[in-house]
Design a protein around this ligand. Structure first.
Ligand code: GLA
Length: 515
């Protein structure tokens, strides 16, 4: 009885807010037959400029940026106040050249087609910092494991453009482990000399032309990432950088890579019993210093699963992001727990310094336990929206790791909503805070640079649930416009709370406007 009264009271409160209150989400039922509801309307034909509002780079280094823009091509681009040294290709929207001298350059991007036009601010900050917003891109690991080839990398780059992913900001095309030779492997084509007579690393026979590969990626305006380990061998048993760190880093830069994932793995044997902070830091400090001395911007991603509280020192040794935990591929049934844990390190999330809870694994992915071939993700569709919402609210790097050749409409819908991505790329770089939590539900709130709040109402239970975000908990007062970000729809003005019916294992994600 008490429960019934509480329930009725809750419903009453919900319907008594200024506008129509409780909303059941799940607009388009087009894909509903297979349970995969498409939440977000398709992009319109008129141009819509997307992407980060700030961009960090180092003076005198090569510069490359493909302006993310949706809409029907051909689109003609323009960039007002582009600093000297940079050139825009007005047809492709690719800006290239040499990064200008230290300073802040407020550029205005413009895009136009026969249907309309779009305008967006883009501040280039030339200085010491890179990755002023979380990196966005793709990594091969959870799709292709030790089956990766140059051909698949090129295909991924192609699809990043043709699928529209690059038009909402995805730009890194990153190779993970297994591109080098191994001393032994089931596949003889991945076995060969680890280094040449000069000590240079030798890629395996599936990667005949590393420079050609990065050129292919760069020609599309995208960036290329590579992987190695400070140990003698990588996790997959391939050549690592031990005692060749500088030589390898210079080789990566000469090949044209823009991103390095540095994976602890067999370095454990070198560190031995030394569990001191210095021992954890040593290989990363060394590589951070080397990367800093290169004449190329290389984003440095630390992969050591959170040892020694890496979030406390990752930035100081030159890292731009650091994994906060083990491989998420083994914990896909624990997305909510992993995210809640990651959000505990929110104080360490800042522009150029990101907590990394691992990749977005949706669509066609291979089972991590057996390094399997890609299969369609069994994760409930609502949970996939929750997954992406959490990564955006936490300002986590958005690196998709599924089979690019099999991207379907639903998966692309989850990956490519620019309003949701704007939350991830917000210049403040804040990681959302959990303000309300019980066994089944929680709310995560992220402050945005325009004074608004992004709020995720999360329901972990297997039944839909009503969740209410009260203004008192959000430090808000008065009437506010609430916008549903997944459905890209204004819901109206709310006076003292926002409540919604949240799908089982799903999310409702809204933006609450500044006054
Ligand atoms: C570790 C990392 C993964 C992946 C593999 C490659 O497990 O955490 O992200 O890079 O190694 O072997």
């Amino acid at each position: 009885m008490k429960n019934l009264i509480r329930h009725l009271l809750f419903l009453f409160i919900c319907v008594s807010v200024l506008s129509t209150a409780s909303i059941t989400f799940g607009a388009s039922k087009d894909n509903a037959s297979n349970g995969r509801e498409i939440y977000t309307p398709a992009p319109k034909p008129e141009p819509r400029l997307n992407g980060p509002l700030v961009y960090g780079c180092r003076p005198g280094h090569p510069f490359l940026y493909r302006i993310p823009c949706q809409g029907k091509r051909p689109i003609s681009f323009d960039a007002k106040e582009l600093p000297k040294g940079l050139n825009l290709n007005k047809e492709t929207g690719i800006i290239s050249g040499i990064t200008p001298t230290k300073g802040e350059y407020q550029v205005v991007l413009l895009a136009k087609n026969t249907k309309g036009k779009s305008k967006r601010n883009f501040k280039i900050i030339s200085g010491d910092k890179l990755a002023l917003t979380p990196h966005m891109g793709w990594n091969h690991w959870y799709a292709h494991y030790d089956r990766i080839t140059d051909k698949m990398m090129r295909e991924a780059a192609d699809v990043m453009i043709t699928s529209g992913m690059a038009d909402v900001g995805y730009q890194y095309v990153n190779i993970d482990d297994c591109w080098m030779n191994a001393p032994k492997n089931n596949d003889p084509k991945r076995v060969g000399p680890l280094r040449d007579e000069n000590g240079n690393m030798v890629p395996n026979s599936y990667f005949p032309d590393m420079k050609g590969l990065t050129t292919f990626i760069h020609d599309k305006g995208l960036k290329a990432g590579i992987y190695t380990s400070p140990g003698t061998l990588t996790c997959g048993g391939f050549t690592g950088a031990y005692q060749h760190e500088e030589q390898d880093a210079r080789q990566f830069a000469a090949w044209g890579f823009d991103f390095l994932k540095y994976d602890w793995c067999s370095y454990g044997r070198i560190a031995g019993k030394d569990k001191s902070l210095e021992a954890y830091q040593k290989p990363y400090r060394q590589m951070g210093t080397i990367l800093n001395s290169l004449d190329r911007d290389v984003v440095f991603n630390l992969c050591q699963y959170g040892m020694g509280d890496v979030w406390k020192w990752g930035a100081e040794i030159g890292g731009h992001s650091w994994r906060t935990s083990g491989d998420l591929g083994f914990e896909l049934d624990r997305i909510f727990d992993v995210a809640l844990k990651n959000s505990e390190y929110r104080a360490y999330s800042k522009p150029g310094e990101w907590n990394d809870p691992d990749y977005i694994q949706i669509g066609w992915i291979g089972n991590a336990n057996k390094m399997g071939v890609p299969e369609f993700s069994p994760m409930p569709p609502a949970m996939q929206y929750a997954y992406m919402s959490l990564w955006c609210l936490m300002a986590s790097p958005l690196i998709y790791s599924g089979d690019m050749s099999k991207l379907d409409e639903f998966t692309l819908n989850v990956l490519c909503n620019p309003e949701v991505i704007d939350v991830n790329q917000d210049p403040l770089g804040e990681c959302g805070q959990v303000i309300q939590r019980d066994k089944e539900t929680f709310i995560m709130v992220k402050k945005l640079s325009d004074g608004s709040l992004a709020v995720g109402l999360f329901n972990r239970s297997k039944k839909e649930s009503e969740i209410s975000a009260d203004w008192s908990e959000l430090n808000l007062k008065g009437k506010r416009l609430v916008r549903d970000l997944w459905h890209q729809k204004d819901l109206g003005h709310y006076n003292d709370k926002f409540c919604a019916t949240v799908p089982a294992q799903g999310v409702v994600m809204v933006k609450i406007a500044k006054k």
